[in-house]
Structure formats: structure tokens, C-alpha cells
Design a protein around this ligand. Structure first.
Ligand code: FE2
Ligand code: FE2
Length: 300
């Protein structure tokens, strides 16, 4: 029993044909092996299941370079087999479908889109400090998401978006980000284009489209004084508000070419002081109290 999916459940002809012949073959086999032990039948079914893997690999191979409107075709598969005569066939189908969705999520998470993963790899190879920063931002975003009680899907979206948030830096001169000392006004303007560039890179891929908006807004501020649009409060997507906090916390607590890292206490004082101006006050409080297990207000 096989299920395949691009954006919804669509049976793939080859898998469906296989399923029909599979059922026929199994019926014949079961009749012919009436004297066989149950474990022998089960072994044969297991061997057949492993054949699905080969079929799936073959179909994936055939579609690996097929594009529709410039977007690479992506297909996810799931399979299961009816091993006992009293097993409900609908439950087997449901299990095949569940497996397909599991694969789909895993494949999305692993940044299937070749172009985007090449860009992020190039950026990280050029600048390993960026890679470590993105990894830490991704982790902090996940901690905040979990502390906020977000769903598993939303937390895994935060994981990916944390990793990709600065992808637009690929088009910005590297020396700006490694410069000892503060940036000039002109350099600041140039480097502040990276959310916009990141948006354009991600919106070129259908599967990354929803992430593009979050990346565009990751330097917006709660009070509206951020960039590129100057969005304010709830008008900033929640995911972007989470990235903004994780990003600033990591930047403050890491060594930079022009200053030493802040201690945790100093960084927390900054977050408290800028809660309601730079940061969403609710997210700031959840981060301090639930993620870092620190009191919101320090008793002097
Ligand atoms: Fe950024
Ligand atoms: Fe960043």
C-alpha cells in the first residue's frame, strides 16, 4: 500500500499499479504456501516492503530534474503492508499516509531546495562565524517557541527560519560584517539591505514562500523604529519578533570584532530595558522567565 504526495495526497501510477499486482501476487503466494508458517509469509511481505524503497528511489530519480514553472517537482512517499488477514485495510492505508507526511516534514526540514541550501552553505563557508550565529539563533528560537507552547510544526519552522534568517548577507560585502570598529552610515545602509535580499531569495521558492515574510521582518522593532518597513507591534509577524530577540541576544553575548561579549546579566538588563520598545514585551518576558529561568525584575 503506497501513498505519494506533492502538495496533497495523489496516488502515483507506478506505485498504484504495483499495489494491485502486489495484492494479486500475495494472494497467489498465500494460497500456494498454505503449509508455510506464518513467519515465512511475514518474511516474504517484509521483503516486498523493502522493494518499495527501490521503487520510490527510482521514481524520485526520474523526477529529480523535472521543473514546473521554474519550481523543482517534489514528491513524498509513504508505505505500509497488510500483514495479517484480520488487519483493517483502511488502517494500513492511513499508516502509509502518515508515513508519507512524516517524510514530507523531514524532507522540508532538511532544506530540500537546492539553490537555497547552496546559498546558505556558501555564506557559511565564507564566514564560519555566521554559521555558528545562525545555529545558536535557531536553537534560541526553538526554545522560545516551545516555552510559548507553539505546535511542533511551528517550532520546526522556527528552527529553519533561525538558520536562514541572515541568508541575504550573501549579497553584502563580507568586510562589513568583519569590520573592526563601527560601520559608517553608508555601510550601515548597505548591510541593512540583507532582510530584503533574503526575502527575494526565499520567495523564489514555493516551499519557502511563508518563511520569506518572516525573514523580511527580522529587523523590525516593536516600537516601529526598525527596518525595512518600520512595522509596529502585532503588525510584525510573531516568528520575526522571536527571531529579533534571539538574534539580538546572541549578538550581545558573542564576541565581535569591535567589542567584547556582554555577560548574561548585562544582556538580560538590555532586554529588560528595551522590552516594549525594541522587543515584544511578552516574548521578552517568556525568554527571561521560562527559557533562562531568571526573574523578570531583579531585586536591587
Ligand atoms: Fe539580520
Ligand atoms: Fe543575525
Amino acid at each position: 500500500m503506497a501513498a505519494a504526495d506533492t502538495t496533497q495526497v495523489i496516488p502515483v501510477t507506478e506505485a498504484a499499479v504495483y499495489e494491485t499486482s502486489e495484492q494479486t501476487t500475495n494472494k497467489t503466494k498465500i494460497t500456494n504456501t498454505r503449509d508455510s508458517t506464518l513467519s515465512e509469509i511475514s518474511r516474504q511481505v517484509d521483503a516486498k516492503i523493502s522493494n518499495f524503497r527501490e521503487i520510490v528511489d527510482r521514481i524520485k530519480d526520474q523526477y529529480s530534474d523535472v521543473y514546473v514553472n521554474g519550481i523543482r517537482v517534489s514528491i513524498s512517499f509513504g508505505w505500509d503492508a497488510k500483514k495479517e488477514t484480520d488487519q483493517d485495510i483502511l488502517k494500513v492505508l492511513k499508516s502509509a499516509e502518515d508515513n508519507m507526511y512524516k517524510h514530507k516534514i523531514i524532507e522540508n526540514e532538511s532544506l530540500r531546495d537546492n539553490t537555497i541550501s547552496t546559498i546558505i552553505r556558501t555564506l557559511h563557508e565564507k564566514n564560519p562565524r555566521e554559521e555558528q550565529h545562525s545555529q545558536r539563533v535557531s536553537e534560541i528560537c526553538q526554545f522560545i517557541g516551545k516555552a510559548m507552547g507553539l505546535s511542533e510544526i511551528e517550532v520546526s519552522r522556527l528552527k529553519v527560519v533561525g538558520l536562514l534568517h541572515d541568508i541575504g548577507k550573501i549579497a553584502i560585502e563580507e568586510r562589513f560584517f568583519n569590520k573592526p570598529g563601527k560601520l559608517t552610515e553608508q555601510e550601515k545602509n548597505e548591510s541593512s539591505r540583507h532582510p530584503d535580499i533574503g526575502y527575494r531569495i526565499l520567495s523564489s521558492s514555493f516551499s519557502m514562500l511563508d518563511l520569506a515574510d518572516y525573514i523580511l521582518a527580522h529587523h523590525e522593532r516593536w516600537d516601529g523604529a526598525g527596518y525595512p518597513k518600520g512595522l509596529k507591534g502585532d503588525a510584525i509577524p510573531m516568528v520575526s519578533r522571536i527571531i529579533a530577540l534571539a538574534d539580538t541576544y546572541d549578538a550581545m553575548t558573542s564576541e565581535r570584532s569591535y567589542r567584547n561579549a556582554l555577560s548574561e546579566a548585562e544582556a538580560l538588563a538590555e532586554i529588560r530595558n528595551n522590552s516594549g520598545s525594541q522587543f515584544d514585551p511578552e516574548i521578552a518576558r517568556i525568554f527571561i522567565e521560562k527559557v533562562l529561568n531568571k526573574p523578570w525584575r531583579v531585586v536591587e
